[in-house]
Structures are given as C-alpha cells and as structure tokens.
Write a protein that binds this ligand. Structure first.
Ligand SMILES: Cc1cc2nc3c(=O)[nH]c(=O)nc-3n(C[C@H](O)[C@H](O)[C@H](O)COP(=O)(O)OP(=O)(O)OC[C@H]3O[C@@H](n4cnc5c(N)ncnc54)[C@H](O)[C@@H]3O)c2cc1C
Length: 353
C-alpha cells in the first residue's frame, strides 16, 4: 500500500496567529493540517473574566476581517474568542482541537507529527511545519514552599472569588496592578507585594498606575515594596525584606502574578537554535523559516521567553503573510493594511472621494 500524500503544511496551534495563517492558506488554496492542544484561542480562555485588551481593536483584526464592535472601545478576551469562532465558521476552517502535538521528527519528504487526541495516538506526514504555539504554556514559578497549596494560584480567574477576603498579590507589572484594582473594587482586602521599591511606569498600563498609586496613598490597597515571598503556609506568607527579620503577612488567598513562559521542547527537539538569555529562536525574518529547513514560526513563539513583551498579536499579523508568500510566492492581499481595509478608508482616500 502506498503512503498517503503528505499535507503541504501542518500548523501547530490555533491561537489568533495560527488562525490568521489558516485563513491565508485557505484563500490561497494550499492544503494544510491544523492542530491545537486544546480549544481554539486557548490562551485567551484563561484570561481573567472581562479583561480588556491593551491593544486597540483594529489592530487585533485577522486577515482583514473587521471585528464588530458597538462601543469603539477596547474589546474583552471573551469578545475576541467570539470573533475567533466567527472566523473559523466563516472560512469553515478545519481544526483538530484537543489534539496536542507531542513530537515532530524529520522524515523523508518532510516531517512526521505525533499527536495525542482525546483517545489514542495519531501520526501525520507534512512537508512543512509551522509552529504557532504561543509563549504562555506555564506560569513562572517562584520555587518556594507552599506554592502549590490550594489557596495559592498563578491564575487570576475572577475578582468575585476574593469578595470580603484577604488577598495578597505578588508582582509589579500590568497583571498584578490590574488584579489589585479589580479585586479591591469587588470588595476584597488587597495587599500588593513587590520586590521593587516602586511600580515601573513602563510596565503598568498608563491608566492603571495613577489609580493604583491613589489607592496606596489612601490606604485602601496596602503596598509592601521591597518584599519577596520566601514561604507560604495555609494562613500566612513569609516575606523577605532588604533588612530586618522577614515579615509574616496573614492572608486568606495568594495570587502569584509572576508571568508565564513558553514550552520550547518541540523547537529544541527539531534542532531550532535558541539564542541568548531569552532563548530566541533563530529564523529568517523574510520568511519566518527557522534554521531547520521546512520549520516556520508564526506568532509570539518567535520571541522566545518574553521577559519584556516585544511580540503581540498586532505585530505578528505579518508572520502569516511572510509564510504564505514563502509557500505560494504571493503576499496575501487581504493582509495589506489591516486598519485601512477593515475600518474604512485611509485619510487621503477619504479626501479624494
Ligand atoms: C491577561 C492578558 C492580557 C493580554 N493582553 C494582550 C493585548 O492587549 N494584546 C496582545 O496582543 N496580547 C495580549 N496578551 C497576550 C496574548 O494572549 C498573546 O499575544 C496571543 O495569545 C498570542 O497569539 P499566538 O497565536 O501567537 O499564540 P497563542 O494565542 O498563545 O496560541 C497558541 C496556541 O497553540 C496551542 N498549542 C501550544 N502547544 C501546542 C502543541 N504542542 N500542540 C498543539 N497545540 C499547541 C495552544 O493551545 C494555543 O491555542 C495578553 C495576555 C494575557 C494573559
């Protein structure tokens, strides 16, 4: 029996950028296989409820398809998930959800992908592989005793969970600042522990910082600068200080807003070079092809371990275009100027009319 014809491309990951690439390949008539370890847009599914994007809406639109938005403000993660579902429906994208890719090996004429769907195990053959797996697989762990206790979490789910309870938030960037304000407004008794002496205005959304500092000044949210958690018990957190004995802080819940990092094992096993402290994958910026011929990167995976975010949805759209051009020889037309195409005419065009 002859081997089945390999897929032209296998896209691993159906976050926003994996989906954008799938639309470009569908429009170009390129046969591909698309897999996601969980549901589409999985990274957005664990955002705290009702969290708005920092990015403005027109910058999040995929493949030139406008995002319906009745209020002209920033949309929430839930609204974006609804948009992703609509895109998948509109283009009838075939995505094998809940099918993690567990291994990729180089074989004759391409790659063999091994997957672990809900039941059993599968193998697929593809000429090229695009890794669109994002960069937020795991929380950055502190590695301290008590980190896995049931009242401790790395994920902020909903301010309601902390209503009329004491909450210690650890961190000093956007997510910690936003969680502190939202939980206090939802009736929690909030304390923020941060290793720095003050919050850095480059790392906190410009509209959050003055609000938070006003609460510190009013004493409605307590700020513990220059403190670092050393151990967590069921009732308190031991916080180291630059001098003096550790502070024993009593609390009901602990939220560790210490950021996330990507799983780079597929990259490593394929032989993709990872450079420097941030383990940035080596790739050709014209094509997004890595140092391993036939292996491409799309989306935030291309930034490595982002300690300071450099890649977001808004500056990853071009990855889908570059990969489509590398495969078909043509830039996908609808990816041109997303803002101008999706949100009406550019100013000059408007005046010319
Ligand atoms: C609270 C919060 C607010 C944010 N705000 C913004 C913002 O304002 N603007 C912005 O641009 N970004 C924001 N981000 C980051 C945003 O989530 C990412 O920029 C975006 O999700 C990256 O898209 P992506 O397609 O590159 O990867 P992802 O969305 O991370 O998608 C990767 C996909 O790959 C799948 N996957 C991973 N490994 C495998 C595997 N082995 N096999 C199969 N599938 C796999 C995952 O399940 C996932 O669905 C925010 C993040 C958080 C947590």
């Amino acid at each position: 029996m002859s081997e089945p014809t390999p897929f032209e491309v296998a896209i691993v990951g159906a976050g926003p950028i994996g989906i954008e690439l799938a639309v470009c390949l569908t429009r170009a008539g390129v046969p591909y296989l698309h897999l996601d370890a969980a549901q589409i847009g999985h990274t957005l599914t664990w955002w705290p409820r009702n969290t708005s994007f920092f990015s403005t809406t027109e910058r999040l639109a995929l493949a030139g398809v406008p995002i319906p938005n009745s209020h002209q403000g920033r949309i929430t993660g839930e609204e974006y998930l609804a948009y992703l579902r609509a895109i998948v429906e509109q283009f009838d994208l075939r995505i094998n959800t809940y099918e993690p890719v567990t291994a990729i090996e180089r074989v004759e004429r391409g790659f063999m992908l091994r997957t672990a769907p809900l039941a059993g195990e599968r193998r697929y053959h593809a000429r090229r592989v695009v890794l669109a797996i994002g960069d937020m697989h795991w929380p950055n762990r502190l590695g301290i005793p008590g980190e896995d206790l049931p009242h401790v979490s790395h994920y902020f789910r909903d301010p309601h969970d902390y209503f009329r309870r004491r909450l210690l938030i650890v961190g000093g960037k956007n997510s910690a600042a936003e969680a502190a304000l939202r939980c206090w407004r939802a009736g929690a008794l909030v304390t923020l522990s941060y290793r720095g002496s003050r919050l850095d205005e480059r790392r906190v959304k410009h509209w959050l910082l003055p609000d938070l500092e006003a609460q510190f000044a009013a004493g409605t949210i307590r700020f513990l600068p220059e403190t670092t958690p050393m151990a967590i018990t069921p009732t308190c957190v031991e916080l180291a200080r630059p001098s003096g004995p550790p502070l024993r802080h009593e609390t009901d819940f602990v939220l560790l807003a210490t950021g996330f990092r990507g799983d780079q094992r597929l990259l490593e096993s394929l032989g993709v070079e990872l450079r420097g402290e941030n383990r940035v994958p080596s790739f050709n910026p014209e094509t997004m092809e890595t140092n391993v011929p036939g292996v491409y990167l799309a989306g935030t995976v291309a930034a490595g371990i982002q300690q300071r975010y450099t890649l977001f949805i808004e500056n990853c759209h071009e990855h889908a275009g570059k990969i489509t051009r590398a495969i078909t020889g043509h830039w996908p037309a609808a990816l041109g100027d997303v803002a101008a195409r999706s949100y009406g005419l550019a100013f000059e065009q408007f005046e010319a009319n």
